[in-house]
Design a protein around this ligand. Structure first.
Ligand SMILES: [Zn+2]
Length: 73
């Protein structure tokens, strides 16, 4: 398992941005969330120096672990 910042060498702490979609239905004065997608990862940054990391290139096993931990897809 490896995810290492190429700039500062940090391999422990990362900032991951996710995007989640919701379908909201409004009926009169009632608001329902009809559907919630699982969050998708849109960006992965080094938490130490803010370098953008290529999350697509992270090795499969680690990527799955991270996705699982985030409840993402
Ligand atoms: Zn870094």
């Amino acid at each position: 398992m490896t995810l290492t910042c190429p700039n500062c060498g940090n391999a422990r702490s990362f900032l991951i941005k996710t995007l989640q979609m919701h379908v909201v239905q409004i009926q009169g004065d009632r608001v329902d969330v009809a559907e919630e997608g699982r969050p998708g990862i849109i960006e992965c940054l080094c938490d130490e120096c803010d370098t953008t990391l290529a999350f697509d290139e992270v090795d499969d096993a680690l990527r799955k672990e991270i996705l699982l931990a985030l409840g993402a897809r």
